[in-house]
Every structure is written in C-alpha cells, then in structure tokens.
Design a protein around this ligand. Sequence first.
Ligand code: BYC
Length: 472
Amino acid sequence: MAPIDYNERIPNNVSLADDRRLLRALEDWQPKFLEWWHDMGPEGFQSKDVYLRTAVSVDAKGWAQFGYVKMPEYRWGIFLAEPEADRRINFGDHQGQPAWPDVPGEYRGTLRRLIVTQGDTEPASVEQQRHLGRTCPSLYDLRNLFQVNVEEGRHLWAMVYLLDAHFGRDGREESEALLQRRSGDHDKPRILGAFNEKTPDWLSFFMFCFFTDRDGKYQLASLAESGFDPLSRTCRFMLTEEAHHMFVGESGVGRIVQRACELMREHKTDDVRKHGGIDLPTMQKYINFHCSVSLDLFGSEVSTNAANFYTAGLKGRFEETKKTDDHRLKDGLYPVIGLDGDKIVARQEAALVSLNERLRDDYVADCQRGVNRWNEIIKNHGIDFTLTLPHRAFRRAIGAFAEVRVSPDGRVVGQAEWDARHRDWLPTEEDAAYVGSLMKPVTERGKMAGWIAPPARGVNSQAEDFEYVRLS
Ligand code: BYC
C-alpha cells in the first residue's frame, strides 16, 4: 500500500521531495492552477465547506477519508498506483520487453500528444460545469458535483505531473497551455468536440457524467495498458475516481426517470411536464444528443493513428491482457460499419486500424447496460416505454458518418426527412427552455427538487438531511 504524504505542499506518493527540478516546476505551476480554479472552477461556492472524500492511499480501500473542505484547499496532488514488479509491455512491436520508466525518444511527440489530449478534457469539464452549483436540485447533488469537479482538477494534476516529469521544457509549456485553453472559446477551444459543448442544466450534467465520463473510463483503461509505465500507473488510479463520476451520472438520470414514472402513475398521464417532471421522450432526446457527442470521442472508425499508438505500445485495448490473441494484430480482421450507397453495412477491416471502433463497441455495450437499468425502473412502474441508445451513426461529427444524415434507429435519411424529424430526435430550444425552467436551487437540508427522486442512500451512509455543503 502506498501512503500519500499530506505534509508536503503538493501531496504525492512519488517521492517528489527527492526531485528538486520537478518539485520546482510543479510548485511554479500550482499557483497558476489555483488562479485557474478560482476563475473557472465552481462559481459562487469557493469559500463554502463541502463534505468531500480525499484519497488516503492508492489502493481500492484508499477512499476512506470524508470531511469538510473548502474547495480551493482540496489536497490536489500526484498519486500513482503501485508499480507492478517486472511489468512488461503487453502488445505491439515491443511486446514482452520491460515497460518503460521513461519516455522512449522515438515516441516522445506521440505520447505528449496523447497525454495533452487526455489532460485537456479535465479542466474543460470543470469549465463546462462551473455554473451548475447555482441551480442544484439538492445539497446531496451539489456535493457530488463538487466532488466530481475537484477530482477532474486532480486528473489535470496527474497529466501535468507526467508532462513536467518526462517532457522537459515542452512539457512545461503544455502544462501552461492546459490552463489557457477554454471550453467553448472561439479562439482557444478545448481539443475534443464534446468538451466545447455547454452543460447548461443538471439533466445535461447527469447525461455528461454517464456518457462522456464513460468515454474517460475506456480511454483511461486503454492508456492504463501503456508500455510507458508512469502513464499506466497514473491512469490506473484515475480509474478509481472515474467510477464515482459514472455513478453520479447513472444514478442521476435514474432518479429523474424514477420521478417521471411516479408522476405518470400519480396523475395517470404521460404529460408529466404539467406536474413539474421531465418526460421520458425528452430524456430520450438528451440521450441521443449526449451519446452521439460522446461516440465521436473515440475518433474515426478506421484510424492509422490508433494503429500507430498500438503498434508502438503506447495505447492498448480495453482489458488488453485478458484477450487471448497475439496482441500484435498484424493479420486479424474486425467488423466496422461504413456506408455503402445509402445503406449502413458492416465490413471486415484490418484489426489494427479498427481499434477505435473496437473500443467504441466496448463502450456502447457498457452504455447499454446502464440504459437497461433505467428501463428496469420504468418497467417496475408498469409503464410501457423503452429508452434506447441512438444508432452509432446518428449525428456524428467525426469519422465515416460525419457528413451523413442518419436517424436514431439507423436509417440513412435525406435532408428533407432530417429537417422534418430532427426536432423529434434531439432537444429543441423549447425542451432546453423547459428543462432550464426547472433549474431552481433547492438547498434546504434533506429537500429535493420536484423533478428528481431522492438518492437510494446518502454519501458515506449519511442521513437524508445531512448538511453536505454548509452554505451559511
Ligand atoms: N473532437 O484517427 P482519428 C475524459 C481528431 S474523456 C475533435 O479519427 P485518433 C473525461 C484527432 O485528434 C477521455 N477532434 O482519431 C471525460 C486527430 O487530430 P490530428 C479523453 C477529434 O487520433 C469527462 C484527427 O481527428 N481521453 O477523460 O485515433 C470528464 C484524426 O484522428 C476527435 C482521450 O481521448 C473529436 N471528438 O483518436 C473529464 C485519450 N476525435 O492528430 C474527462 C487520448 C478525433 O490529425 N486521446 N479527433 O490533429 C486519444 O486516444 C485520441 O486522440 C482520440 C482520437 C481517441 C481522441
């Protein structure tokens, strides 16, 4: 078990004190991070006490410590999972060689790019969510939002550590740039599409945590397989934090579904808007939007980038070591969907260039399991409605379907049908305005907004009326 040293100015389990150059670089970055947090972090709550968890060690039981913290005083730091003795590179051209403790010169540019892309998403999501505190449905949810936010901040620290420790001056410049880009900014946007979208309301937040954080799970799991050992170790610890974010998303959407069903039964109507709920067809539209945006995050179906990352041993597949093939994929094939005239067909492509699609397959299957659990809630209320994932070609901006109009059920449609139907498929301005109209803060202990059901249990088994955030 690796203890985390909280006596240091930058808590860490990487013996930072022994590396003066790195320590200086990170101590130089720390006030810039805090300035960014102050300007772009949760608006209006910086001086409040929030009931947050802090990691005390990096093993699975390391999340034992809960207590009140003001967010700017959260102990952001550098936590890597324990090293594995004699760890080997498990795939690609370097298969069987010892994992690299340092960056191999030939892969320096590629690795830096991967780490920067990962790192960029973390502050982006904090920026996207910074206004949500003002409209929280409960203190429980407010606290969960802030927990997610501080952990995304820590994920940024994780990537900055790698950049500063392993990429010299270039790395330090990238660390600065991570604090300078802004989500949605016209001139200096965040790198990936989904991280420039708005998260204007809590339904969008929960959807984001379900769909977009889940991309984080699959990308981090692939990077955790990396032959570059420090990246692997840091991603392994980040995955323990990511799990909570997906829980917030799945349970948040599930509670909204639950409330919609309760209102439908109580008032014997499908029109729960009249009663202050969010109706299931609107939920479906939000699923369509957030799922399609997140599917883009896997990149093109056929990608030489992905093939190169793999062959070089930098980014593996999800659960690489559990797979029983040759882990080189030079000869294999993999089914990938593409367009044939106006039909969507599966083709066999070389396995190596199909890795993005393969990861997307793992992701879609995982999303479907979550949607099934939401459908269970609906079924348990005896209601005949099924939420579905949109077809993966629907509303894509990246890859083979970027220029193609496809319906959520997977038909290639003409512009006329798209124009006539897209309001049935995606949230309209009216839908957004309705959801926005529900976003009134509820901050009394134990109280919950009318459009969402209470959680099944409190954080760290706290009572229903626990004061998760001290507002006075
Ligand atoms: N938006 O061969 P292609 C998370 C670019 S989320 C904009 O199609 P590739 C989190 C691509 O960069 C996880 N650009 O794809 C969640 C490339 O540009 P260049 C984030 C895009 O390279 C919630 C070009 O298109 N982590 O942690 O195989 C809250 C052609 O690339 C997009 C990672 O993504 C897009 N959606 O794969 C907080 C892991 N998609 O090089 C946090 C690191 C592609 O031609 N990143 N492009 O200029 C990667 O592994 C890869 O960069 C990608 C793309 C999977 C994103």
